[in-house]
Design a protein around this ligand. Structure first.
Ligand SMILES: [Fe+2]
Length: 450
């Protein structure tokens, strides 16, 4: 049989999976990240009998992996761990779901049960296959061995003849005869299925993404991984290249999903999922921690989603863009005390530099640029660079201002309690009562994780 591929963040369970399968003479490939499977997925010389993906795999996108599966191994069965079953999973070729084995002491045998064991045992694991060509318009080439684990063919399957034409090899739902299939694999390492059903699967994946982020029965663990993965990719892009409308569009879509999810989580009192989300966001990237807190404050104020996304969310992502791409290199993550002397004048004006840079390279709205210009100003007019305050200060700029002060203070004290004490004495008097109350209410709800 081919290998079983497992992606699971817990190395202990991965080891257990390996041992259990070795005892049964089954080869396994265990990974902790989805991205590590790409090579195996694309390599047709590696026979794979099934994929087991844990939906709780930080730093990964399961949706991106499923899309790759639908391109490279479209008939290999996929099972999800840690996800309740869903009706539309069938369209995505997800053969089944299991509770996360780590929590449910899942019996290994149960994981194998849906596979065709009789077939698995009759196939030699040394049945490696040669590489071949795989570009045939209208058809997708599938390693012939990938059909070994089926009782019946999942689709109409074609074989390419010597003159290049396609001939029907087996109809959908007809039984898989192993001898015949082995003979075919000697003739051709590839069989083909029509691209049409795969197109509909890819469309279903797109729809699944929307459903997923609307929380329609898809686990919060999975949503968290998808959102943080996309956030990391956006932040990486922003650090690599100057902003453009393309990245603004991508960020708008992400921020909408991100805000929707935070609002959903914050509706539940003392939500553990909210705390896990905040912790993991902050651990993933400091900028993401600030963005999450900013959105929680906006959820508290019940600001309009479109305003949160277009103004606050975008400003939170882009406020320090001039420090990232500064003439002195990336100085965005330095504490103000660590800024080199030659860069201090530039740093003091960075809100203006960021807004200027963005107005030249993107079509961001005047209000978003205003919030970026004001993100270090305070209500009492003691902020920088222009000492703007009072009614001229945008409330979303205040949200960003109070959070950046908190991030700085947290870096210079030993405990959350000490940070809160300093916030009370040094920072709260500079901001409006409403913002301070919202900050405190978010802080209380998320205890020391903020
Ligand atoms: Fe800043």
């Amino acid at each position: 049989m081919g290998a079983l591929v497992l992606v699971h963040p817990d190395p202990h369970w991965g080891e257990q999976f390996k041992q259990e399968s070795a005892r049964r003479g089954i080869q396994t490939l265990v990974f902790m990240q989805m991205s590590d499977t790409i090579e195996v997925l694309q390599n047709s010389a590696t026979p794979i009998s099934a994929f087991y993906f844990s939906v709780k795999t930080p730093g990964s996108s399961l949706l991106a992996t499923l899309a790759l599966c639908s391109i490279h191994r479209p008939v290999t069965p996929v099972f999800l761990l840690g996800q309740p079953p869903q009706d539309h999973f069938k369209e995505l070729n997800i053969r089944g779901t299991f509770p996360d084995p780590v929590n449910a002491s899942m019996e290994f045998e149960a994981l194998l049960a849906p596979l065709n064991r009789a077939v698995l045992e009759s196939i030699s694991s040394s049945a490696a296959r040669p590489m071949g060509t795989r570009s045939d318009p209208g058809y997708v080439a599938i390693p012939t061995c990938d059909f070994h684990d089926f009782l019946t063919y999942p689709n109409d399957v074609f074989i390419q003849q010597r003159d290049g034409t396609m001939k029907l090899f087996a109809s959908a739902q007809s039984p898989v005869e192993l001898g015949y299939l082995l003979q075919a694999s000697r003739y051709s390492p590839w069989l083909y299925i029509s691209e049409a059903p795969l197109k509909s699967r890819r469309a279903a994946l797109k729809i699944a993404r929307t459903k997923l982020l609307d929380l329609h029965g898809i686990s919060a663990d999975w949503i968290r991984c998808e959102l943080l993965y996309e956030a990391t990719r956006i932040l990486r892009q922003l650090r690599k290249e100057l902003p453009s409308d393309e990245i603004v569009d991508r960020s708008t879509e992400f921020l909408g999903d991100f805000f929707k999810h935070i609002v959903n989580l914050s509706r539940v009192q003392n939500s553990d999922e909210l705390k896990t989300f905040i912790e993991e966001a902050a651990r993933t990237d400091r900028a993401l921690g600030v963005l999450t807190s900013a959105m929680l404050i906006c959820a508290h104020f019940r600001f309009e989603k479109s305003a949160v996304v277009e103004i606050l969310g975008m400003a939170a992502l882009l406020q320090d863009i001039s420090l990232i791409h500064s003439p002195f290199g990336n100085i965005a993550d330095l504490h103000p005390d660590q800024i080199p002397p030659e860069a201090r004048a530039f740093h003091a004006l960075h809100p203006i530099h960021s807004a200027d840079l963005l107005s030249a390279s993107t079509g961001l709205s005047a209000t978003t640029l205003q919030v970026i210009r004001q993100h270090h100003e305070t209500k009492d007019r003691t902020g920088y660079p222009n000492r703007v305050g009072g009614t001229l200060l945008h409330p979303m700029a205040e949200v960003l201002g109070i959070l950046s002060r908190y991030a700085e203070i947290k870096d210079s004290v030993f405990s959350t309690q000490a940070a809160i004490q300093r916030m009370k004495s040094e920072v709260f008097p500079k901001f409006s009562l409403e913002i301070v109350q919202a900050f405190e209410s978010v802080l209380l709800r998320t205890s020391e994780t903020l």
